[in-house]
Design a protein around this ligand. Structure first.
Ligand code: ADP
Ligand code: MG
Length: 614
């Protein structure tokens, strides 16, 4: 064979590809390092397989490793591996034609996208040719594992052609020397190369050294057998991968073979940082393909409400599929999303069942995300609703119940699930809405978070039972047996009193009626505004939103059995002026209890008047 360099034209498709790679203004040029390192890793993997069956291997004893060398003066970056290497024919076939999968699919997707889409390059990498984004010239020294094959060097500047000539004294494997373009000199700096290797290649299984120093020391824990990973290793990995300082609260390590090959290791952090007042968490479960980072923050890998998760998802199915046209990429990500979400929900269900206390602690931090999902993610709503927890009129303070448990305690007559929203347990227990339900042995869920109303309204029902706010004006409750001999206004008196109150209170109320849900309180106010609840009103006011100033619309319910109401009835004839004051005050008290009194100044003035006449 001749020793003189032989010149070859690139195949037409390669020329086209090189033209795009070199001329597209692409910001993440650094991915060329990832591409060359993963080619090196592939070549080492292949050698490992060859070793299983072949005896006669060049440089048999050499370590399987990848070494990078930077030379700032010469402006070069060298990447060397001791993998299977390439013969002369393989150099021409692999680097001069488009026979191999990745780049071919890339070209196809480009022609389908109809333009130079710089983003595509970032997502797929364009394999070996990405080196030409930064290179004046690329030299590939290669020596095959086959002992009879001599070494060769492949050289190109990325324009139309390349040369191949024999190169004696090569070690097995491939050594790529990149002579950097003038404006890409940074890649010949050690710190720069280190930064890139740490970002993309931290988990590559073969040792990587940079100027003689080992850079990848963390294992791809997610690919190991669960039984063989220690707690410390998990925690160490979590801290490294999530850049975290805390210990993980929960961990899910799983693999699946169908419908996709997935290895995933997910962590729930100790603390919910959104709750601590930090800004919205960015999704940060990273996407890998066989230990090589594809995307550190993939947007649609998980539903929004799982944005608190940390960790890694690795799928071997990625390179084959992800280089196809964009539509299919999305389909693949959607598939991954489905499988992982389903698995994580199942995991939470098991946690809730088997480790209730830990689940409760998790829920206290991250329950808000489950609520968000239950309200907004229709696909997973049913499973999410099962994971929600509330205090109730039957639980102790600080203890919670699930909706399923609530339903299991319902009597045959009870049709709906009742809930009350309030700032805390005391406020709800001392408010006027609970007593009527309590008297009828109806359990009421207690909701303390501002989002709860929105969540309950969106969830609407559970297990075929309506979720019903117990402070609504149109709440229908069964009749209570009247205690014998109880003092109460007659129906006629009650009617007269409600009519008088309506006239007296005029625009302040929509309706006044006798109540069947009051036991120990004289009156209660309910919201009569179909479009805005008091909670919503408060939230809008807090956010300075329009509509918060619309006049309040309330209904007043009175308790004809209560002494205050009976006195008021009598007072109407004896002291009509004072009766009017008492009537107004009754409404204000009910508004306070409902958290709906907006301006107390008039009330204070009135109270002084009442005190004067006392
Ligand atoms: P892909 O990795 O998707 O096949 P690349 O453009 O990255 O595409 O690489 C093209 C081909 O060149 C590879 O499939 C492989 O056969 C060969 N190759 C590249 N780098 C090496 C290497 N370091 N050792 C051996 N073969 C290599
Ligand atoms: Mg490659």
């Amino acid at each position: 064979m001749s020793h003189a360099p032989q010149t070859f034209e690139f195949q037409a498709e390669i020329k086209q590809l090189l033209d795009i790679v070199i001329h597209s203004l692409y910001t993440e040029k650094e991915i060329f390092v990832r591409e060359l390192v993963s080619n090196a890793s592939d070549a080492l993997e292949k050698l490992r397989h060859v070793k299983l069956t072949e005896k006669d291997i060049a440089d048999e004893a050499s370590e399987l490793e990848i070494s990078l060398t930077t030379d700032e003066t010469a402006k070069t970056l060298t990447i060397q591996d001791s993998g299977i290497g390439m013969t002369r024919a393989e150099l021409i076939e692999n680097l001069g034609t488009i026979a191999h999968s990745g780049s071919k699919a890339f070209l196809k997707s480009l022609s389908e996208a109809g333009q130079k889409n710089a983003n595509l390059i970032g997502q797929f990498g364009v394999g070996f040719y990405s080196a030409f984004m930064v290179a004046k010239s690329v030299k590939v020294y290669a020596r095959s594992w086959r002992t009879a094959e001599p070494g060769h060097v492949w050289t190109s500047d990325g324009s139309g052609s390349y040369t191949v000539e024999e190169a004696p004294d090569q070690r097995r494997g491939v050594r790529i020397v990149i002579e950097l373009k003038d404006d890409c000199g940074d890649y010949s700096k050690e710190w720069k190369a280190k930064e890139i290797l740490e970002r993309y290649s931290a988990f590559v299984s073969f040792p990587i050294t940079l100027n003689g120093t080992r850079v990848n020391t963390v294992q791809a824990v997610w690919l190991r057998n669960k039984a063989e990973v220690t707690e410390e290793e998990y925690t160490e990995f979590y801290k490294f991968q999530a850049h975290a300082f805390d210990e993980p609260r929960l961990r899910l390590h799983f693999s699946a073979d169908a419908p996709l090959t997935i290895n995933a290791l997910l962590f729930v952090p100790k603390e919910n940082t959104e709750k601590l007042g930090f800004s919205r968490t960015e999704p940060s479960v990273a996407l890998y393909c066989r230990k090589v980072l594809i995307d550190a923050q993939p947007k649609d890998l998980l539903p929004e409400w799982l944005r608190f998760l940390k960790g890694v998802v690795d799928s071997e199915d990625l390179p084959l599929n992800i280089s196809r046209e964009t539509m299919q990429d999305r389909a693949l990500i959607e598939k991954l999303n489905k499988v992982i979400t389903k698995r994580f929900l199942k995991f939470l269900e098991e946690e809730a069942k088997n480790r209730a206390e830990a689940y409760q602690e998790f829920y206290a931090q991250f329950g808000i995300f489950l609520k968000e999902g239950a309200a907004l993610d229709f696909t997973h709503k049913d499973q999410l609703v099962k994971l929600l927890r509330f205090e109730s009129s039957l639980t102790e303070k600080g203890k919670t119940t699930s909706l399923a448990d609530y339903v299991s305690r319902m009597s045959a007559e009870q049709k709906d699930v009742y809930y009350l929203i309030g700032p805390n347990r005391e406020a709800i227990e001392n408010g006027p809405y609970l007593e009527g339900l309590k008297a009828r042995n109806l359990e009421v869920l207690f909701c303390y978070e501002p989002v709860d109303e929105y969540v309950m309204n969106n969830v609407r029902e559970f297990d075929g039972k309506k979720l019903q706010a117990a402070d609504r004006g149109d709440l229908k409750l069964s009749d209570l047996p009247k205690p014998p001999g109880e003092d109460t206004l007659t129906e006629e008196q009650t009617k007269a009193l409600t009519e008088w109150l309506k006239t007296t209170l005029a625009d302040r109320v929509e309706e006044v009626k006798a109540s069947d849900r009051l036991v120990g309180s004289p009156a209660l106010a309910t919201n009569a505004d179909a479009f805005m609840s008091p909670q919503m009103r408060r939230m809008m006011r807090a956010m300075n939103r329009e509509g918060a100033d619309a006049p309040l619309k309330v209904n007043l319910e009175i308790n004809p059995r209560h002494a205050v109401v009976r006195r008021l009835h009598a007072l109407r004839d004896s002291a009509p002026d004072r009766a009017a004051l008492v009537g107004e005050q009754l409404l204000d008290n009910a508004l306070i209890a409902a958290g709906m009194l907006e301006d107390p100044t008039r009330m204070v003035a009135r109270l002084y008047k009442l005190l004067e006449t006392a």
